[in-house]
Structures are given as C-alpha cells and as structure tokens.
Design a protein around this ligand. Structure first.
Ligand code: SF4
Ligand code: SF4
Length: 91
C-alpha cells in the first residue's frame, strides 16, 4: 500500500478555521521552504507567481513535522478544536 492509499483510509472533519497559521511575508523571504517538502499530506503549496502560500489544513495529519522544520519559526500550530481534524482508522 503506498502513501496515497494509506491517506485515503483516513477520515477528516474540517473545522471552519485553520489550526495552522503563518505570516506570508515571512514565507516570501524563506530560502528553503522546507514545509512544502516535509509534510506527508502536501498541506503547504507555494505559488511562486503570486508569492503566496496555500495551507490545506483540512488534510493535516497532526504530526507536527512542519513546525519543527520551519527554520523561521513561522508556523503557529494548534490542535484542531474538539471533534475536528483527522481521525485515524485504528486510533
Ligand atoms: S518553512 Fe516556514 S517560513 Fe518557510 S515557507 Fe514554510 S512556513 Fe514559510
Ligand atoms: S502537522 Fe504534519 S501533516 Fe500537518 S501540516 Fe504539518 S507536516 Fe503536514
């Protein structure tokens, strides 16, 4: 089973507000943008033409890797509100 197949087994309950927030002005000056590489769910997508970061927080697995990887400490990370976020099949 590949990663996409595994991700398809998860259930998500989307909150109306993101539990992940960034300052886009900081991202503009970020050299490496590690968040776009480390996230297993491809939550972060950089648009190099518009110079904006899209955050698909509804797909977040709540692993915390992006917060550690952001070298500018630009990710404010909270758990989703109760009853929202990812539900693991066997969790
Ligand atoms: S690693 Fe941090 S500062 Fe860099 S693009 Fe991602 S969120 Fe922005
Ligand atoms: S917590 Fe994990 S899954 Fe969620 S956005 Fe960060 S790296 Fe991606």
């Amino acid at each position: 089973m590949n990663i996409d197949d595994k991700l398809a087994t998860l259930k998500y309950n989307k909150d109306k507000d993101s539990h992940l927030t960034i300052d886009n002005d900081v991202c503009i000056h970020c050299k490496n943008r590690y968040c776009t590489y480390i996230c297993p769910a491809n939550v972060y997508e950089w648009n190099d033409i518009k110079k904006t970061m899209t955050i698909r927080y509804e797909n977040c697995l709540e692993c915390g890797a992006c917060k550690i990887a952001c070298e500018k400490k630009n990710i404010t990370w909270n758990y989703p509100n109760a009853e929202y976020g990812v539900k693991f099949k066997n969790g």
